[in-house]
Design a protein around this ligand. Structure first.
Ligand SMILES: Nc1ncnc2c1ncn2[C@@H]1O[C@H](COP(=O)(O)OP(=O)(O)OP(=O)(O)O)[C@@H](O)[C@H]1O
Ligand SMILES: [Mg+2]
Length: 424
């Protein structure tokens, strides 16, 4: 089974960079999800690997074969790359029944007998639960059923690498969950490499062995789901994954004997202790050095006559601090004493005394858990409490921050500095 290696892949149209210098190694047998907001370059990346789009520059290897190299002028056509592809805009053949749609690709392969083809069709149809529709035509199916036929058609020829571009987008929530679990089983039992595009972070979290999170054509993080969740590289990643969303708290302060002394939530004194010791001065030095190196590399690139300046500029992510009334909020230019603390909803503990005084702003029980919004002065924090707890709106509670996994970010660059505990 092949490993896929992308080296310095760029795709631009004019000065619009859809994919910006992407390096990516997709391991053999892995399940990689390409995740990111609409228009960030997921489909384009997938199409380039599959050979349906020509990169502007870079190199792509699938297994031992170089399938694309802009410098050497190599470009292996799509049908020779041995990949199965399920498009975002899949099209079933309208004049063929479901059975014929699924078996069509198998007949062309010529290596199967009629009976083998029948077995495969029955098996994949069972996996996606359409075995009762095999004699129908696509126009006689709902959108979700058509989508499942498209999945079956992709799986039938047993390609070594399977690319799927939002294959579950037309399904209802329950079926989606079921299909997700089937896809996970399928990945396990077939041992194929899956590359899966989605903008649904839940889908990416639950299915992937590794998530590749892209924004504006730039790779933000490429890690296993729980690392992306627990130690996001920057504010954008922290905000993009997790539901309910992470809470951001502005913090101003300096380091004092290892831990950070902060003022948070208007006027409250707080201490942030790192899970692993970090010296802020050193961290800043290293960050400045890395930035200078990046700027130098960019300047070097710009000397090339063929270089085109990126029109869709990269900016530091504008994080959102939830407030009851944010009309008076002003965005001052951040200094080195400005930080942002990221608190996942499950890190908020509601208790009877100690910590910070808060008021229940809203409480939404789902049965299994309750999402609670807590008001602290003008600020709102979202917490999740397990179990069916009822809270009276307006009642007074106390709030503490649980555990060692709160995240500290630099406000200037938006990058993570480290994780730790916050005591207020
Ligand atoms: N042929 C083209 N010419 C110019 N720009 C294009 C072309 N194809 C795509 N783009 C642009 O490239 C960017 C990336 O497109 P892509 O289809 O990869 O997005 P995506 O991440 O798959 O988004 P979605 O989640 O909405 O499917 C988009 O902003 C799109 O407008
Ligand atoms: Mg897309």
């Amino acid at each position: 089974m092949p490993k896929i290696v992308l080296t310095d892949i760029t795709k631009r149209w004019g000065d619009f960079y859809a994919v910006d210098h992407l390096d990516l190694v997709i391991d053999d047998c892995s399940f990689v999800t390409l995740l990111g907001p609409s228009g960030c370059g997921k489909t384009t990346t997938l199409r380039m690997i599959a050979g349906l789009e020509t990169p502007t520059s870079g190199r792509i290897e699938i297994g031992d074969t170089v399938v694309f190299d802009s410098e050497k002028g190599i470009n292996v056509p799509a049908n020779k790359r041995h990949v199965g592809f399920l498009f975002q805009n899949y099209a079933l053949w309208p004049n063929m029944t479901v059975y014929q749609n699924i078996s069509f690709g198998l007949k062309n392969l010529k290596k199967y007998t009629k009976q083998e083809i029948d077995e495969i069709v029955q098996r994949v149809a069972r996996v996606v639960k359409i075995e009762m529709f095999l004699d129908r035509y696509p126009s006689e199916l709902s959108g979700g059923q058509q989508q499942r036929v498209a999945i079956a058609r992709t799986l039938a020829p047993e390609p070594e690498v399977i690319f799927m571009d939002e294959p579950l987008s037309n399904l209802d929530a329950k079926l989606r969950l079921e299909m997700r679990s089937e896809l996970q089983r399928l990945h396990l039992t077939t041992g194929r490499t899956f590359v899966y595009v989605t903008h649904d972070q839940m889908e990416a979290m639950t299915l992937a062995t590794k998530i590749c999170l892209i924004e504006n054509g730039v790779l933000q993080q490429y890690d296993p789901p729980l690392k992306v969740y627990g130690k996001p590289n920057n504010l954008f990643v922290a905000d993009f994954v997790g539901s309910p969303s992470i809470n951001f708290i502005d913090a101003v302060g300096t380091q004092n004997e290892g831990s950070m002394d902060f003022t948070v939530l208007d006027d409250k004194k707080a201490t942030f202790s790192f899970a692993e010791p970090i010296d802020i001065a050193n961290w800043r030095e290293a960050e400045k050095k890395a930035d200078a190196e990046r700027a130098a590399a960019k300047a070097e690139l710009a000397k090339n006559k063929k270089h085109v300046e990126k029109g869709n500029k990269d900016t530091v992510f504008k994080y959102h601090v939830a407030m009851v009334d944010d009309s008076a909020k002003q965005d001052a230019e951040p200094t080195e004493n400005d930080y942002v603390i990221g608190v996942r909803p499950e890190m908020i503990e509601i208790c009877d005394d100690g910590g910070i005084e808060a008021e229940i702003y809203s409480a939404m029980p789902t049965g299994m858990e309750t999402t609670v919004r807590l008001r602290i002065g003008n600020f709102l924090l979202t917490g999740v409490v397990f179990g069916g707890v009822t809270y009276e709106i307006g009642s007074k509670v106390n709030v503490r921050f649980k555990g060692n996994g709160l995240m500290l970010f630099s406000r200037i660059s938006g990058r993570i500095i480290g994780t730790g505990a916050l005591k207020v």
